[in-house]
Design a protein. Structure first.
Ligand SMILES: [Zn+2]
Length: 280
């Protein structure tokens, strides 16, 4: 529910605190943001990139709903529970459908609540009902986030854009950032079979460079799994993936039809914990 997290939010125009007045959140100056009937609110000071399309989000829900990434959600929840103090307020920057954040909140227990930030209205509608203690908020991850200074004990960032300075600003002293990033082996078989654009091998190095200004590296663990996927699962995985994959030839369905009825694909990610430079 948005009510669980309203105290962590701030006005995207004047940075003032937001309080609920009926079906809107308002700041003291009078900026007002309507709460959608699906219980999410969009906190933007202007237009933002539209984010994932309805088709991408539906594919994501289909693939995640089939359980293929349950092990990864469990790993993220395990790591979140292990970051030191038990985090009460979690902000998931680029939450998608809320799949990972819901697993984290389940693990952290009833005192924990989570802000799901995403730019896609389709994703937010699902995130808002992914867990009773999630508040779903439309935001542009490239701009100042509509979250108050020091409001988060834990920032999650799973396969999503990173806004280093803002992540640091919204973390409380002693808070941590947990990132999930693909290794160069992630979905490699699928990339080969379907001639998709490859995962950038320099990505992990670039991540370290972009976060280094604001965060100290604390620890990293490799999590991987062999997925056994039928044609429907392969199609969903491709459709939910990086938008660049949509540039693959229109013959994608035909290519998938030529695959064996079940293929094995490696999922391989790093879970990395970062400590903000402003605190211990
Ligand atoms: Zn305001």
């Amino acid at each position: 529910m948005l009510d669980d997290v309203a105290d962590a939010l701030r006005c995207p125009i004047c940075a003032g605190p937001l309080t609920r007045h009926g079906q809107a959140l308002r700041c003291p100056v009078g900026h007002s943001y309507d709460i959608a009937k699906q219980d999410y609110v969009t906190l933007l000071s202007g237009l933002a990139a539209p984010g994932d399309t309805g088709a991408m989000v539906a594919a994501r829900e289909e693939f995640l709903g089939a359980g293929h990434y349950d092990w990864l959600a469990e790993s993220v929840a395990e790591e979140a529970a292990d970051v030191g103090r038990s985090p009460r307020r979690v902000v998931d920057a680029g939450s998608g459908t809320g799949f990972y954040l819901a697993a984290v909140l389940d693990r952290l227990g009833p005192a924990a609540s989570g802000v799901a930030l995403d730019s896609s209205a389709y994703a937010l509608r699902r995130a808002a009902r992914a867990h009773p203690r999630i508040g779903a908020v439309g935001a542009d991850l490239w701009r100042p986030l509509p979250v108050a200074d020091g409001a988060a004990a834990l920032v999650l960032n799973v396969f999503a854009p990173r806004n280093c300075g803002e992540f640091r600003r919204i973390l409380a002293p002693g808070g941590r950032l947990l990132t999930v990033t693909p290794t160069d082996r992630h979905l490699a078989e699928l990339v080969d079979l379907l001639d998709l654009l490859t995962v950038d091998e320099a990505k992990e190095r670039r991540l370290a460079e972009t976060l280094g200004d604001c965060f100290f590296f604390q620890r990293r663990s490799l999590r991987d799994r062999t997925l056994r996927l039928d044609h429907d699962a392969v199609a969903a995985l491709v459709r939910m993936g990086p938008s660049a994959w949509h540039a693959a030839p229109g013959a994608l369905a035909a290519r998938i039809a030529e695959l064996p009825s079940e293929i094995t694909v490696t999922a391989s990610c790093y879970l990395t914990v970062w400590r903000p430079r402003h605190s211990q």
